[in-house]
Design a protein around this ligand. Structure first.
Ligand code: ADP
Length: 186
């Protein structure tokens, strides 16, 4: 399923984010930046150990050993991935962080801004915060689709394609309904 927003594509696909042939894939990272389970683990396995080495360097040299702030993305290379880059961003933890919808929207928006600022044209996101971080995919999918559409409307031509990748058929159906609802509300 796809739609065109001021000349840019928003695309929904069911699949594996590690296999996406785009300029950047987004990693639903955690605050340590040092890998984890879920999509984070899959991306590190597919990219190879050089990715973890770069993340360690950023943690030490850029972050001064501190945690990565929620919704503040960082860019690395993609190493053995088809994607040339990885944008690592931490989504909100539901039940822990205040105002998860606001933080989740910021995670998408800031990642899109970073990609465009680096001259990247195509980007693929997983469903941030709807796995281990426990947010309800019903509203999180709406936040994701809304944030992408709002960005593309405000920044026409900044990106060629924003792809939202769902791992399961059930999640894909939820995202399709969210996109249909967003488009009909416009
Ligand atoms: P978070 O900690 O942000 O909740 P998770 O990695 O636990 O992140 O889950 C986020 C989403 O990523 C979940 O919907 C999960 O099904 C999905 N996911 C897991 N592995 C992959 C993959 N290889 N490609 C795309 N999505 C994936």
């Amino acid at each position: 399923m796809q739609a065109t927003i001021f000349g840019s594509l928003i695309t929904l696909v069911q699949g594996d984010i590690t296999e996406q042939d785009v300029d950047a894939i987004v990693n639903a990272a955690n605050k340590t930046l040092l890998g984890g389970g879920g999509v984070d683990g899959a991306i590190h396995r597919a990219a190879g150990p050089e990715l973890l080495a770069e993340c360690r360097r950023i943690r030490e040299e850029v972050l001064g050993g501190r945690y990565l702030e929620t919704a503040q993305p960082v860019l690395t290379k993609g190493y053995r991935l088809k994607a040339r880059h990885v944008i690592h961003v931490v989504g909100p933890i539901c039940g822990v962080d205040p105002d998860p919808p606001r933080l989740l929207a910021a995670a998408y928006r800031n990642s899109l801004q970073l990609a465009a600022a680096k001259g990247l044209r195509t980007i693929a996101f997983p469903s941030i915060s709807t796995g281990a971080f426990g947010c309800d995919i019903q509203w999180a999918s709406r936040v994701a689709v809304d944030a992408v559409i709002a960005y593309l409307q405000a920044n026409p031509g900044a990106l060629a394609e924003v792809r939202l990748v769902q791992y399961t058929a059930a999640d894909h159906a939820v995202y399709r309904a969210a996109l249909a609802a967003c488009l009909s509300a416009r």
